[in-house]
Design a protein. Structure first.
Length: 485
């Protein structure tokens, strides 16, 4: 990981920098980024060195509170690492008040206790069901009960998630539940039919049948006709329906489509029921969902641990996964039936332990809402705190991206020192106004560590803000700071 920050010869860095400007020391500030203020955008920015003598390299209204968008996820990552530690795993369990008799009959309900694992997938469920079968269970003389007592269904606080209760054309607006699986989304596999003119073949990603109703309007076309697929999940009185339309060439490869379910726990119940059936485990009653805790003294019949927290954070921050970020924030709440407002307060409680941070308002862990507010100075205080925690910092910085090698391709631009000597998290919102944010660490030409945070907010009267207009001046400004020190 730290190889990304390998020290480069000062002469090499200076040569690269000269293609963008001259006199780097004189220009080592945020002067280029600052020009966005002339277009009506509000900016809070700060960059400073960490080890050695404290030195601020550049700042623009560093204590001005603005929306950080998905940079919020760095607070969530820091708070969860401090609470749980990098190797913590969230556990999902199957429990019952009964035990299987000699014939494999469980005379009671089978409870699925969601452990708040944001990375719970079908693979985990397969292992869970396999362990249940190994425990000798063949028939449940009751029903499957999915318990989301920790949190869920969580009240929506953003337009995307509220609208997604009835209609959604993406996966990131999936509902939040401590018993959610596959990131709260339906997964459909679509493949062309054998002959043109026939409907495409649509199945569930984990089996031969679709677990939710499908309105198949996807037509197979001749070879090399092109593939254009549109999918939307609609919810009415009869539950979820995924409408898939467009066309697919006969020689096109199959592909998976993810769309947020309307109810994460119910989607888990359907998915788990299908898996139990494929293992030959039957039920006397239909599955149901509850917010009640598993009755005591129920015993664990099977359990599966999720991936370590440091791996969850790598995926959450690299792909800016909103579902995972908000589930992890909800995991910070110690009382049952948690809501995002409580998760926000848990994050704010963590911030309160950071001396000199200043004001902050956090309503979610994902940053989907512009109600989240913080300052560039405050973010840097948090980043510096993590830098000085040697047992946590490797996991924290590894969850950030280097501009050159990150999954967000729009960052792959700018001077070489910016590409190679920076690790950062970006944040983007377009409604109700534009937000472009970036924060993270950099290494200077002499090997010193620094932190930077940049928040750029528009308003209802400012134009759309292309990332290029922020990233290009930021990259050059940071390059000047890196090469000058």
């Amino acid at each position: 990981m730290m190889a990304i920050f390998a020290r480069r010869a000062a002469t090499t860095l200076a040569a690269a920098a000269l293609t963008f400007y001259t006199g780097s020391a004189a220009w080592a500030d945020f002067s280029r980024l600052n020009q966005l203020q002339d277009e009506g955008f509000a900016i809070s920015a700060e960059a400073r060195l960490l080890d050695g003598p404290q030195q601020t390299l550049g700042s623009i209204s560093p204590t001005r509170a603005l929306s950080p968008a998905s940079v919020t996820k760095t607070y969530m990552a820091a708070a969860t690492l401090n609470r749980f530690g990098p190797q913590h795993r969230f556990t999902t369990r199957l429990k019952s008040l009964a035990s299987a008799d000699d014939d494999g009959v469980l005379n009671g309900d089978l409870w699925f206790e969601g452990g708040g694992d944001p990375g719970l997938t079908s693979e985990n469920l397969w292992r869970l069901v396999q362990r249940l079968q190994q425990a000798g269970v063949r028939h449940i003389n009751g029903g499957l009960v999915v318990s989301q007592w920790r949190f869920g269904p969580v009240k929506c606080i953003t337009t995307d998630r509220c609208e997604a209760q009835e209609k959604v054309a993406n996966a990131y607006s999936a509902p939040l539940s401590s018993a959610g699986v596959n990131f709260g989304s339906w997964c459909l596999n679509v493949a062309p039919a054998d002959r043109p003119g026939e409907p495409a073949r649509i199945t569930h990603c984990d089996g031969p049948q679709a677990l939710t109703a499908v309105d198949n309007q996807l037509t197979t076309k001749p070879d090399d006709s092109g593939t254009q697929i549109s999918a939307v999940r609609l919810t009415g009185t009869h539950g979820d329906v995924v409408r898939v339309s467009g066309q697919m060439s006969t020689n096109a490869w199959p592909r998976d489509i993810y769309r947020g379910a309307s109810n994460g726990a119910e989607q888990t119940a359907d998915t788990l029921t299908a898996m139990l059936g494929r293992f030959g485990i039957t039920f006397a009653q239909p599955p149901r969902v509850t917010t009640a805790e598993v009755p005591q003294p129920a015993s664990t019949l099977a359990a599966v641990d999720g991936k370590p927290l440091q791996e969850l954070l790598l995926r959450t921050l690299n792909y800016s996964n909103n579902y995972m970020a908000d589930v992890l924030a909800l995991d910070l709440v110690e009382t049952p039936h948690a809501e995002l407002e409580q998760a926000g307060r848990a994050l704010e409680s963590y911030v309160a332990t950071l001396p000199g941070h200043g004001e902050v308002t956090l309503k979610s862990g994902s940053g989907l809402t512009t109600d989240n507010r913080t300052t560039a100075h405050g973010i840097n205080v948090m980043l510096e705190s993590m830098y000085h925690q040697s047992s946590l910092f490797p996991s924290f910085v590894a969850a950030l991206q280097s501009p050159e090698n990150g999954v967000m391709t729009f960052t792959r631009r700018g001077p070489e020192s910016f590409q190679h000597n920076v690790m950062m998290k970006t944040g983007t919102l377009n409604e109700p106004y534009a937000v472009r944010a970036a924060a993270g660490y950099f290494r200077t030409a002499t090997g010193r560590w620094g932190v930077f945070s940049v928040l750029v907010n528009g308003s209802s009267t400012t134009p759309y803000l292309n990332w290029t207009k922020v990233l290009e001046p930021l990259a050059v400004d940071l390059d000047a700071m890196i090469t000058a020190h």
